[in-house]
Design a protein around this ligand. Structure first.
Ligand code: PLP
Length: 398
């Protein structure tokens, strides 16, 4: 029997490792195994490979290579950005002085959970609401900023429904305040989902800290990066050796870092890629809305305010998790926004923040496309989905 074709529509969860990237990594998984801290030739070639990857990352971000810190994941980078900056600021402040951080309700859990943890340690955190389009309102942000505000962390683009936040406008506001206020505000953005599609030049964005992950850009898993603008106070969370400018102890993941550098070098010609992806995405959206009754798209209506590759649908009367399983059986790998805990399936915090009901949040489906997605795959999906949704609606009696 012929093997059923599997279609991958979960690029926002992770992207396949690009073959050229793997090729660049292989020598460092085999013969070039030196520890970059060693003085001998083995060590030197590993250390040079890291330097080269760092330079590639710096070129991509438009910063100095000394402003790049390689980590083990974007989650770690988010933790380091939020906790590391607060730790350093706390050391500068007098005892009893308040610490204040502003973020949004739709951030990745790596930011939200870090902040929840820090609230237990006396940090005050403000969680900005978002509109139905999933975008924060600048007036809400302005209203939250006080002379005590130390850090703002707002993601560049959301991983569940693709809304793009006004990062440049936020940084302009921060810059204006920092010019007149004695006490500076630092601004971090999680650009994990944006890297493939949007301008991540840190001078253009005007951020002090920026997070990236290698496995979302066709690089290896287990490598992240934090850009830290020169002069930004930050303290390490993992201590030991003086790796990564003393900010992240531990022998470097040489092959992984080389892979991240190779992956980022392949991100060129955004406009062409965006045009191709927009076409596929539009085909998907139109096809689904037309063929499945009771379906809708969650997230911004304005195209410029959304990533070209992520679409979040709701299908009335269908449980997102059941749909993911049924589609998997039909050969399509998609996901939901729900977080599965041991006890219960929680509705997505992102969709709830956008004002969706628990029921609608539970009936959501994320389809995320990537550079290997084809028009045939989209067409096949549009053909299959109505049958699968109908069958599930019948089973649930809705
Ligand atoms: N931030 C965002 C926006 C993400 O989408 C993800 C992964 O889904 C992460 C952070 C965490 O990335 P990593 O898997 O590298 O820890």
């Amino acid at each position: 029997m012929a093997k059923k074709k599997k279609t991958y529509f979960d690029y926002a969860a992770t992207a396949p490792l690009d073959r050229n990237v793997l090729k660049k990594m292989m020598p460092y998984l085999k013969d070039k195994y030196g520890n970059p801290s060693s003085i001998h030739k083995f060590g030197q070639e590993a250390s040079e490979a890291i330097d080269e990857a760092r330079e590639r990352m710096a070129k991509f971000l438009g910063c100095k290579s000394s402003e790049i810190i390689f980590t083990g994941s974007a989650s770690e980078s988010d933790n380091l950005a939020v906790r590391g900056v607060i730790k350093a600021i706390r050391r500068q402040k007098q005892a009893g002085e308040k610490i204040h951080v502003i973020t949004s309700r739709i951030e990745h859990k790596a930011v939200l959970e870090t902040l929840k943890d820090m609230e237990r340690e006396g940090v005050r955190a403000s969680y900005l609401p978002v509109g139905r389009d999933g975008i924060i309102n600048l007036d809400d942000l302005k209203a939250e900023i006080t002379p005590e505000t130390d850090l703002i962390s707002i993601m560049y683009a959301n991983n569940e429904m693709g809304a793009v936040q006004p990062i440049k406008k936020i940084s302009q506001l921060v810059e204006k305040i920092n010019k007149i206020e004695e006490h500076p505000i630092y601004f971090h953005t999680d650009a994990v989902q944006a890297a493939q599609w949007l301008n991540c030049n840190v001078n253009y964005l005007g951020v002090h800290l920026l997070t990236l992950s290698a496995h979302k850009i066709y690089g290896p898993k287990g490598v992240g990066l934090l850009y830290v603008k020169e002069g930004t106070p930050i303290a390490s969370l993992i201590v030991g050796g003086k790796h990564e400018w003393g900010l992240r102890a531990g022998t470097e993941n040489v092959a992984g870092i080389v892979g991240m550098g190779a992956a980022v070098s392949q991100i060129t010609n955004y406009k062409l890629q965006i045009t191709k992806m927009n076409k596929l995405r539009d085909k998907l959206v139109q096809g689904v809305l037309k063929s499945v009754q009771g379906s809708k798209v969650n997230g911004p209506k304005i195209l410029e305010q959304r990533l070209p590759n992520i679409v979040n649908f709701s299908f009335s009367g269908v449980e997102g998790e059941s749909l993911v399983i049924a589609l998997d059986q039909a050969g399509f790998a998609v996901s939901t926004g729900s977080a599965c805990t041991s006890q219960a399936l929680l509705p997505s915090h992102v969709l709830l923040a956008m004002g969706l009901s628990e029921l609608d949040s539970h009936s959501s489906l994320r389809v995320s496309l990537g550079k290997y997605t084809t028009l045939q795959e989209i067409n096949q999906f549009i053909k299959t989905l109505p049958r699968v949704v109908e069958r599930l609606r019948k089973i649930s009696g809705r």
